[in-house]
Write a protein that binds this ligand. Sequence first.
Ligand code: ATR
Length: 269
Amino acid sequence: MKITAKTKICMVIGDPIEHSLSPQIHNAGYEALTIDDQFVYVASRVDVKDIQNFVKGIRAMNIRGVSCTMPHKKAVMEYLDEVEDIAKKIGAVNTIVNENGKLIGYNTDWLGVLIPLEGITKLENKTVALIGAGGAARAVAYAVTCRGAKLTIYNRTFEKAKELAKEFGGVAYPIDEIENVNHTDIIINTTSVGLHDSNETILPKKYISKHQIIFDAVYGTETQLLKDAKEKGAKTINGLEMLLNQAFAQFKLFTEYDAPADIMRKILK
Ligand code: ATR
């Protein structure tokens, strides 16, 4: 144990939080860079009604960095001193950095989408079908449109797809017209379908082709969507890559060191 009175605290908050993999990922990074005397990363379940008090606690305890997961990403924004423009556009803060008492809100979720995608393709003028129109979908919509991709959005509640399309630029479709995705280069699932029942999928296999990239934001064991995509010969991106890449960006914001990506990835596998 290298923790001393000088060690800075970083943490993840959410409700629930017990399933979070962030402490393992970040602490593995601190250890690999031998900065585990300078930083420690813990987790805390925070009730949404306590978020204002929690932010006071960041200031009072001089906590260095906070990762925010559901349901805090939106609620926390009004209590910070500054929110970066991208986080404002996405409408969510997943990262708080305490710069000498000034609390600054960032969003790194969109980088969790962008970096794995750009690792295998250029996005400019590519067609992207986004399935879902919730919080995760907003980070995806920002990431792909900021690189010049053409967006179509499918959602069970059509009104939400239309709103998102209007905001980020794109065309909305009801979910029962999902067969249109077979014309798109990239398909990204941000719905929770497949999260609880690993046999469930939002997209019938017959609409997937080997020329496509299929990205499932759901993480954990491989979803039916990704299994189907692999069987069809399509390229796939697991939600774990989104989790990791948003964490790498947070790591840099918290510690100012580049994240040791390979070691942080290995701890998850
Ligand atoms: P997150 O922040 O993880 O994106 P969210 O904001 O609750 O979570 O959004 C969940 C998304 O999954 C929504 O697009 C939701 O569709 P609705 O807008 O119609 O609610 C979608 N979703 C959840 N369960 C679904 C299901 N069984 N079939 C289709 N879409 C589903």
